[in-house]
Design a protein around this ligand. Structure first.
Ligand code: ADP
Length: 731
């Protein structure tokens, strides 16, 4: 009762008070009763008990609607006995009948009360309507009974639906709709039977015997009818339960919907599905799932996981064969399951096992699909060799590495394809599993050195073990190693070189071991400044590269007038390199480009300092900017040593430096052109080089020219004083 909503409790209390009132108003009449009245009460109450005990329950949601012949008995009584006799008969009959049925006290109180209210109102209606009739044989009186009992029926139906809708939280009318049609037909039949019995009692009591057969017939018809409704509902629930089980295989953790349907279907207080996997136990119920860790769960009997609750004995069905799937379906219900229900339970348990197995198979298939997806996308060559040395799997990276397609390789002996001997490479010892080995393999373009790592793969079904081999191009690997080494040596060289003169001059100045004239000091400062700048450049380059690699390069695009930028840059460069001749040509006609001004400066400065670095001091460098179509091309030209053709493709690569030749090894990190290329491309341009060894080199890059009409339009919409500054961030 405590679980009932407050409104329901109030409803029960109110009805009970009214019910007591209905009995109280009859007390003066009861005081005048004779023996006939008492016998009449006993008879009507007994009949009520019999009909109540033989009521037919129809479950509706969480509540049960009962069908009984009771109101037929009362209709007859209304015609024959006084209101006080009927009221007391209803009180006794319903109260004892329902107590006997072991209904909960609050339900009995509510039911008795609402019947008392109904019958009291019916008695009042009959008193009014009965004025026009005369005795039980007068059809007018029959109509009066019908009218009066209708009042009782309406009170009764309303009272039940009210409480159902309150408990279930549904709308009152929605609940009312379903059993109403059933109730009306049932009620009319009851009325006819009651009136007939009353008539026979008045005219020829012995003829009542004839009523037994039609009453029994009516009763069994009701029973069949209600049962068929129940069966139909069960079929629907069963269908829903099956559907809940065969639903999408997204998770095997979701049995809530199925279990709550099963609870309704059986019906049971609770249904649990306990699934055991290793020492993990999952207890599923309609409200959700609980996971437990139980030691030795895999060997414990399944019954051990079914909780025992007071008053309800769990009835169980095994799920699965105990090997792949191990579980138990437990039904908590006071009554023992009928044979049909047991069959149903076993059938559903089997269906659960099938679902779980399906889910597992699906999981394995999915896992395999994912694995094969990974293998086909990995940059390492992967292939599988069976015990006979034949290739069974060949991934795209293997194709790229060897030049042999999957079609050419699969089914062939790996000896024939790669020249790898089955015994020495795959099956000579199981212990050497996973150790990488360097070896030569055949490829379409001749032999290639590779690093090979093999391991055993065993199939679950116990098939003979195959070998999986992961292959890497040893040359690639060596190149990667070399790049790493180059980087370390570059960093140590480039950072340390400028530090040595810096520290040397500072030390000499502090210790006073060098000539300390104002002029000389100026010279030392200039040298130190240059070294500091060189350090700064290297550190900046490295920061830029790490930003590029991390995908965090930020480019702030805006219209950039090339002539301004280039003129300023060249002026500054000349100041820093007074001995170098730097010419500017064509810049006057240059355009406005869409670029990041800071990055444009960075690129041009880089090209200028390279030209300076690789060109004898007495030869000039020239800078130009020429708009062609929607691009502007900026070029830096020198008459230096030039770049041998075999290096031209690679000088834009990270760390790449041209080291050969007999010229002195120049300082540098091999990062400048790599950064320049990345920046230019990020701004939507391109960079390239023309070079002739011994003649000179021209580096050029292009940038998109701004359509000035669009800029003008945009500027017109800007707030005064705010420059047009579209921002684009590239990662
Ligand atoms: P570095 O720090 O070595 O200059 P860069 O990436 O700027 O690195 O240049 C890569 C290589 O390209 C240089 O090592 C050099 O050999 C070559 N290079 C660049 N610019 C010129 C040029 N103007 N003349 C000749 N060689 C050049």
């Amino acid at each position: 009762m405590s679980a009932l909503p407050r409104s329901v409790k109030l409803l029960i209390a109110g009805a009970t008070l009214l019910g007591i009132g209905c009995v109280a108003i009859r007390v003066p009449q009861i005081a005048t009763w004779d023996l006939t009245d008492i016998l009449a009460v006993l008879l009507i109450a007994s009949l009520t008990i019999v009909t109540e005990r033989n009521s037919i329950p129809l479950r509706h949601g969480s509540e049960t609607v009962n069908f009984a012949l009771t109101d037929g008995v009362w209709a007859g009584a209304l015609l024959l006995v006084s209101p006080s006799v009927l009221t007391v008969s209803v009180l006794l009959g319903v109260g004892v009948g329902q107590a006997w049925n072991r209904w909960k006290p609050y339900k009995i109180a509510y039911n008795v009360s609402q019947f008392l209210i109904g019958i009291t109102l019916a008695e009042a209606a009959f008193a009014i309507l009965g004025v026009w009739g005369d005795g039980p044989t007068d059809p007018v009186m029959w109509l009066a009974v019908l009218g009066a009992m209708y009042v009782s029926f309406a009170v009764n139906a309303t009272a039940i639906m009210l409480v159902v809708s309150m408990v279930e939280g549904t709308s009152f009318l929605a609940v009312f709709r379903l059993p109403l049609s059933l109730n009306v037909v049932h009620w009319l039949g009851n009325m006819a039977l009651g009136l007939l019995a009353a008539l026979l009692w008045t005219l020829e009591p012995i003829a009542l015997v004839l009523m037994v057969a039609p009453v029994a017939l009516t009763f069994s018809t009701y029973r069949r009818w209600v049962e068929s409704i129940r069966e139909r509902d069960q079929m629907r629930d069963l269908y829903e339960a099956g559907r809940a089980l065969s639903g999408p295989l997204a998770s095997d953790d979701d049995f809530g919907g199925f279990l709550s349907l099963l609870e309704k279907l059986l019906p049971a207080d609770r249904v649990e599905l306990v699934l055991v996997e290793g020492n993990r136990v999952a207890v599923h119920a309609s409200a959700g799932v609980r996971h437990l860790l139980v030691e030795d769960a895999d060997t414990a009997p399944l019954e051990a996981f079914v909780a025992v609750r007071s008053g309800v004995s769990p009835q169980i069905a095994m799920v699965g064969d105990g090997q792949d799937v191990r579980g138990v379906l437990a039904v908590y219900r006071a009554q023992v399951l009928t044979a049909t229900e047991r069959l149903l339970l076993d059938g559903l348990a089997d269906q659960i096992a099938v679902r779980l197995q399906d889910h597992r198979l699906f999981g394995t298939a999915l896992e395999r699909a994912r694995l094969s997806e990974i293998v086909s996308h990995t940059s390492d060559g992967v292939f599988v060799v069976d015990t006979r040395g034949r290739i069974t799997t060949w991934n795209p990276a293997m194709e790229a590495l060897s030049g042999f397609s999957e079609r050419q390789a699969v089914g062939q002996r790996c000896d024939d394809v790669l020249g790898l001997d089955r015994d020495s490479f795959f099956f000579q010892d199981d212990a050497g599993d996973g150790e990488p080995r360097d070896t030569w393999v055949h490829t379409r373009d001749g032999d290639k050195q590779v690093r090979l790592r093999t391991s055993v793969i065993r199939d679950e079904e116990g098939a003979p073990p195959a070998r999986i081999a992961v292959v890497r191009d040893a040359g690639e690997e060596a190149r990667a190693e070399q790049i790493k080494r180059d980087f370390v040596s570059m960093v140590s060289h480039e950072l340390r070189t400028p530090l040595t003169p810096l520290k040397g001059f500072l030390l000499s100045l502090v210790e006073g071991t060098v000539e300390d004239s104002a002029e000389k000091r100026q010279e030392y400062y200039r040298i130190m400044l240059r070294q500091a700048q060189r350090l700064e450049r290297t550190v900046n380059d490295m920061l830029d590269v790490s930003q590029i690699e991390a995908g965090g390069l930020v480019i702030d695009l805006q219209p950039v007038p090339l002539d301004h930028v280039l003129t300023r840059l060249v002026r500054e460069f000349r100041q820093q390199h007074p001995e170098r001749t730097v010419r500017m040509s064509d810049v006057g006609r240059s355009a406005v480009v869409m670029a990041d001004p800071f990055r444009v400066e960075q690129v041009v400065l880089n090209l200028l300092s390279n030209a300076d670095k690789y060109t004898p001091a007495d030869l000039p460098i020239s800078v130009s900017a020429v708009p062609i179509g929607d691009q502007a091309t900026i070029s830096v030209r020198d008459r230096g040593e030039g770049i041998p053709s075999e290096h031209r493709d690679r000088i834009f690569d990270r760390f790449y430096r041209v080291t050969e030749g007999d010229g002195p090894r120049r300082q540098g990190s091999g990062l400048g052109l790599y950064i320049a290329r990345t920046l230019v491309e990020a701004m939507g341009g391109r960079i390239w080089v023309y070079s002739d060894v011994g003649v000179g080199t021209t580096f050029s890059f292009s940038l998109p020219v701004v359509d000035l009409a669009i800029v003008g339009e945009a500027e017109a919409h800007e707030l005064p004083g705010e420059p047009f500054r579209p921002v684009l961030v590239r990662g």
